[in-house]
Design a protein around this ligand. Structure first.
Ligand code: GLN
Length: 555
């Protein structure tokens, strides 16, 4: 009797949707996964999402942001892929390290288990032990979230070597419970301008490649520039063995937030419900729809410069490195009825030519986001100085806060050779320093273990800009940094007008800085990353307060 009950709990109602990509990378698997999760959630179901990264890296913390975009930090401190940010933003929920896996992470646990004799003397093999570990991880994440539907995005494109074991895991799950597992193929349908017609052949090939991994797409999301017509849908249906109503047209749309609504035009959630034998508990996209209305109706523009350093790759500009910052700006701007016009500026240009700083006057506000290392940092310091002196609204995130403190120490306290030890090992004034406990870890060569990661609390000063923005005395925000404001200089800085309005509960660490609004319309820096917690339906309080000031100043 007892045994039966246990079985019921672990298998009942758990459904899995694998999202895989075909034809090429960058077709929008992340947004598709997030959107599927959102529309299923809107049908009253409990939903979670998992990202699978086929890299050997154990986490995204060791990947170059110029190549892979930002590293998205979760509340528990896990350093993950930026798609996780989209899942959190679309589902309006906090995910955990269980929702993220890489090849490195999977192999690491299999090897650890082997060393611990957990395989009881068996020969441990790539197949089936690796897919089994993947399945165990998927099921664990679904259980932890008590999810009825788990959407799993498999990174990479079908046909590569790298993700094949994840596809094998999907196949094994499907074989075991055919009614509970389905596959969505996100494909690209090009429309070469000279030909003037959508071409379905690459999708047909992708579908066949998926078949060779033992999987059959139940739904094909066809990405294209323009909506797909019935003729093309039927062609894909016929050649890829998918019902034509399950070929979903996914044209380019105004914003990523329009994608779930667009999917529903082709009845995607109904299709998924019927494939998985699920019953909806209603349909509620009202809040989401009203947000997309705000996107459509925001007319007045607000010009914002993001001065960073991870933009250039060859001849292309990659703004992906700051995707959460961009989204946080958008959420707040739309909330205030403004249309954000964002410009990306490489801070290094100001190091070569200080006069160029004048261009910052064109903007309503400047954001200096996080970063690591030495390149472009003197340029960022100049930006902090210029914005302070010219009273241009300034919002510094993490490194953007640290360099604002360095700037203040140099130019207001007149401490020559004030610096962060990240830039200079032994400056006269170690304004941004490493904390003693972390120094030891780094001395041992253990850089990975030396960061302050994930959620930490801060207490806010009464009547400060920060406290008014949050409307609360205590906050929790996500961190990712190694260095801190040196407590030895806090008193001097405070006397000179730089206020630390957010501090760790033990008052040792400075979490937020601000200038009095009598001195400057908006000069704020945070040691944490507020952008990671901004959601379309609940923009971040500090971004809102930044946007509020920009709106008022425009008038
Ligand atoms: N490089 C700085 C530090 O490690 C800031 C980190 C960041 O901006 N995320 O402290």
């Amino acid at each position: 009797m007892q045994k039966k009950k246990k079985n019921k709990k672990s298998t009942a109602n758990k459904k899995y949707i694998f999202v895989v990509g075909g034809v090429m990378s960058g077709v929008g698997k992340g947004v598709t996964t997030s959107s599927i999760a959102r529309i299923m959630q809107s049908r009253g179901l409990r939903v979670t999402a998992i990202k699978v990264d086929p890299y050997i890296n154990v986490d995204a913390g060791t990947m170059n942001p110029t190549e892979h975009g930002e590293c998205f930090v979760l509340g528990d401190g896990d350093e993950t892929d930026q798609d996780m940010g989209n899942y959190e933003r679309f589902l309006d929920t906090n995910l955990s390290r269980m929702n993220y896996m890489t090849t490195g992470r999977v192999y690491q646990s299999v090897i650890e288990k082997e060393r611990n004799l957990e395989y009881e003397g068996k020969c441990v093999q790539v197949v089936p032990h690796i897919p089994r570990e993947i399945i165990a991880r998927i099921e664990k994440a679904a259980d932890a979230a008590n999810a009825e539907v788990t959407v799993i995005e498999v990174g990479g494109t079908v046909g590569e070597y790298e993700n094949i074991l994840f596809l094998e895991a999907a196949r094994m799950m499907k074989q075991k419970a055919p009614e509970d597992v389905m596959t969505v193929l996100v494909s690209y349908v090009p429309m070469p301008h000279k030909i003037g017609e959508m071409k379905t052949k690459p999708t047909q090939h992708a579908s066949r490649t998926l078949n060779s991994a033992g999987l059959q797409a139940d739904v094909i999301v066809a990405r294209s520039e323009v909506p797909m017509d019935v003729v093309r849908k039927e062609k894909i249906a016929q050649f890829c063995s998918v019902a034509s109503e399950r070929v979903i047209s996914a044209p380019d749309v105004e914003s990523i937030y329009h994608v779930p609504l667009n999917f529903e035009k082709d009845n995607l959630s109904d299709n998924i419900l019927s494939i998985l034998g699920l019953k909806a508990r209603g349909r509620d996209m009202k809040a989401w729809e009203s947000f997309t209305k705000k996107v459509e109706t925001a007319k007045k523009s607000v010009k914002i410069a993001i001065v960073g350093k991870y933009f250039a790759t060859g001849d292309f500009v990659l703004s992906d490195a700051y995707i959460s910052v961009i989204e946080a700006i958008k959420h707040a701007a739309y909330e205030k009825g403004l249309r954000p016009e964002i410009s990306w500026i490489d801070s290094a240009v100001y190091e070569k030519n200080k006069r160029k700083l004048q261009e910052l006057k064109k903007f309503n506000g400047v954001v200096v986001p996080g970063g690591f290392g030495t390149r472009g940092i003197e340029g960022k310091i100049l930006v902090a100085m210029y914005c302070r002196e010219k009273k241009i609204p300034y919002f510094g995130l993490c490194y953007g806060m640290q360099i604002a403190v360095v700037e203040y120490a140099r130019n207001v306290l007149k401490l020559k050779d004030a610096h962060t030890v990240e830039m200079k090992a032994k400056p006269t004034h170690r304004i941004i320093d490493i904390m003693p406990e972390q120094r030891e870890t780094i001395a041992d060569g253990n850089y990975g273990g030396s960061m302050r990661l994930g959620n930490y609390e801060a207490v806010l000063t009464k009547d400060s800009l920060a406290q008014k923005a949050y409307k609360s005395k205590k906050i929790t925000e996500r961190h990712r940094h190694r260095y801190e404001v040196n407590p030895d200089y806090v008193e001097q800085l405070k006397k000179a007008g730089l206020h630390f309005s957010g501090q760790s509960p033990d008052k040792k660490l400075m979490e937020i800085l601000e200038l009095s609004q009598k001195e400057h319309p908006f000069y704020v820096g945070t040691q944490f990353h507020p952008e990671l917690l901004s959601r379309p339906l609940s923009p971040h309080p500090l971004f809102l307060s930044f946007m509020n000031v920009l709106k008022k100043m425009k008038k």
